[in-house]
Design a protein around this ligand. Sequence first.
Ligand SMILES: Nc1nc2c(ncn2[C@@H]2O[C@H](COP(=O)(O)OP(=O)(O)OP(=O)(O)O)[C@@H](O)[C@H]2O)c(=O)[nH]1
Ligand SMILES: [Mg+2]
Length: 365
Amino acid sequence: MILKKCKGCGAILQDQDENSQGFIPELNKDSVYCKRCYRMMHYNELPKIVASNKDYENVIDNVIKKNGLIVFVVDIFQFKATFNKKMIDKLKNKNVLLVANKYDCFPHSIKVESIVDWLSKECQKISFKVDAISVVSSKKGYYIDDLTNLIDMLRRERDVYFLGCANVGKSSLINALIKKNTSIKDDLISTSIIPGTTLNEIRIPFFDNNKAFIDTPGLINENDIFSKILSKSYDKLLPKNEIKPLTYQILAGNTIYLGGLASISFNDCDKLSVIVYSSNNLYIHRGKTEKREELYSTQLGKLLTPPTIDEVPNLKYFIENYKLDGQKKKTVWFSGFGFVEIKGKCNIEIKRIENTEVYITNAII
Ligand SMILES: Nc1nc2c(ncn2[C@@H]2O[C@H](COP(=O)(O)OP(=O)(O)OP(=O)(O)O)[C@@H](O)[C@H]2O)c(=O)[nH]1
Ligand SMILES: [Mg+2]
């Protein structure tokens, strides 16, 4: 019997069950990619079968056991959600290279050095010691050479494992490293906007002595906006290009709407400066707080979009209050679709979809 793994997703190839992982119509010694990966690569099809969190503990435990260099990948645009605490607890005292991916989406006026500095403070705050920090874009190839050098420096003849939450771009990063350092021009591993694309470990020999880059499935954030809306809307939220910050001068009684996904209402404040960083496809609107509920009931899925009108019936919202003391500029992170910088003392009400997360940190910018 042939026991081969799909090079795109790591599933064991099989020709028995079309609805299971690794299916290929005819399995033979030349089989390389399963039907799912073939269709993702050639027809841009979105995967229907995705990884689950059920075995995630094993994924991470296996990597830790192997004692390789661990490249812990986070999405700089969704930093707080992907700088996953449970994962970090397991990675403490390991050789870790922290890589913040998707830098191409950030306003280019923000220097890499200041992001590295901020990331290093976030690590210190939770006593997470990392060997190095790197900020890259796998999509545009930014700083991939620097990352290659760092890996060479830290690897010490060992394999290199890529770990991180789903969708942070682990597979894209390996593709980028391979394309930058070899004559290979096409992606070797499947990638997609859907969290859970990589199904199993994928080993790509790359160094001397058969040492390899090893891709792993990602931990799926169940509170990500992805689980609440359809993939078409989700695609719109993922920033594809440099985001254009939108600056607002805010007074008490103003509300800023991030499409229909969330809104921030400002109370008890003097004039404030607020900057919204989100996908250019998300409709940002400023209005009066007294009209908020009326706007939600008449415009959700229309003016306030995404979500689309079809998604609205499945969404439940709630309001949570936060106090910003105004001592330091703050960043409010909306898991999955952007962040907002607020400078000044205020009370804010955040209205958002149930089971989605918000985090507040000192300002990244
Ligand atoms: N803008 C931008 N998008 C990126 C970058 N890297 C990856 N992406 C996109 O992010 C999405 C997820 O990328 P993947 O490489 O599949 O992410 P992953 O971490 O391997 O995800 P799982 O296999 O689901 O764990 C895809 O739509 C990629 O095109 C980047 O540097 N910039
Ligand atoms: Mg992947």
